[in-house]
Design a protein around this ligand. Structure first.
Ligand code: ADP
Length: 269
């Protein structure tokens, strides 16, 4: 037996006589198209991941050769090359961490996490982690959390990763000396929304529908230069889906972007 989707297609194909009005044939066509698309996406993903890893590996191999040869007696060059090599290794580590994270979430995509999560604590801990990076770029992160914010229903570690990715992006793509605002509010019955708004360059509307695809970047060179893996928003999207939440992206080129996450909240007594 193959994957369940394949079984379903095979099953439908065995019933051609039932398709007197042609409607069944249409369903089969649709299913195989979706299946082929999923297969192509998986193949593209493996090719992209391999390519992303190959670049720093090639870089490392090149520097090792240089250190063995021309730079052997040159202490200053050696130091500089070792610094670049450490950066390349770090890039590979980030990429592998993100790949593992994606695969872990995907394996549990259908199980809904159900712990009580104190979002104020999550957002403060993320801010602690990113404060240094933000101030080194001249960006101020402002937390604006409603005092009556209900707890979210979810997984605290996964939600930490969501806001780490969104706030890290906001800081990365913000213009210097601007503010990133993180606004958390109760919303509707048993929901909570957290918006991360930056004053960055924004994202042209044509890119928005594909932004959460793995390795999709508006400007690949810029993303790499800023240390991005191109997987952050794919991880965010998967975690939010698993929580039965929503991710909305609004962006005005030249003004900034707002990423809004809506999550189920714990029912308040
Ligand atoms: P990356 O590691 O490249 O930042 P992400 O998956 O987090 O990968 O984001 C995908 C792409 O979306 C980025 O490369 C960038 O082009 C765009 N992007 C994400 N967040 C922002 C933002 N706050 N402002 C502008 N562009 C953004």
């Amino acid at each position: 037996a193959g994957p369940p989707e394949l079984d379903m297609v095979a099953h439908l194909r065995r019933l051609p006589r039932a398709a007197a009005d042609g409607s069944l044939a249409l369903i089969v066509l649709h299913d195989t198209t979706a299946l082929r698309r999923a297969e192509r996406m998986r193949a593209d993903f493996v090719a992209n991941a391999s390519h992303e890893l190959k670049t720093p590996i090639a870089g490392l191999a090149g520097f090792i050769e240089t250190l063995r040869g021309p730079a052997r007696e040159d202490a200053a060059a050696r130091e500089r090359f070792l610094g670049i090599m450490a950066e390349q290794a770090d890039r590979m580590r980030r990429l592998v961490d993100d790949l593992l994270m994606l695969s872990r979430i995907e394996q549990h995509e259908h199980a809904r996490p159900a712990a009580d999560v104190d979002l104020t604590q999550v957002l403060r801990s993320v801010l602690d982690l990113l404060q240094l990076k933000a101030s080194s770029r001249g960006v101020t992160v402002v937390l604006d959390i409603a005092p009556d914010l209900p707890r979210a229903v979810g997984d605290p570690d996964e939600l930490t990763i969501v806001f780490q990715n969104l706030i890290d992006n906001a800081v990365k793509y913000a213009r210097p000396s601007t503010e990133v605002r993180v606004i958390a509010r109760p919303s509707g019955p048993e929901r909570v929304t957290i918006a991360v708004a930056d004053e960055g360059d924004g994202i042209p509307a044509s890119h928005l529908p594909r932004l959460t695809e793995r390795f999709y970047r508006v400007d690949a060179a810029r993303s790499r230069q800023l240390g991005g893996t191109g997987l952050g928003l794919a991880i965010v999207k998967h975690v939010v889906n698993r929580h039965r939440g929503r991710l909305d992206i609004q962006s005005v080129p030249g003004k900034g972007s707002t990423f809004t996450v809506t999550l189920p909240a714990v029912r308040q007594a």
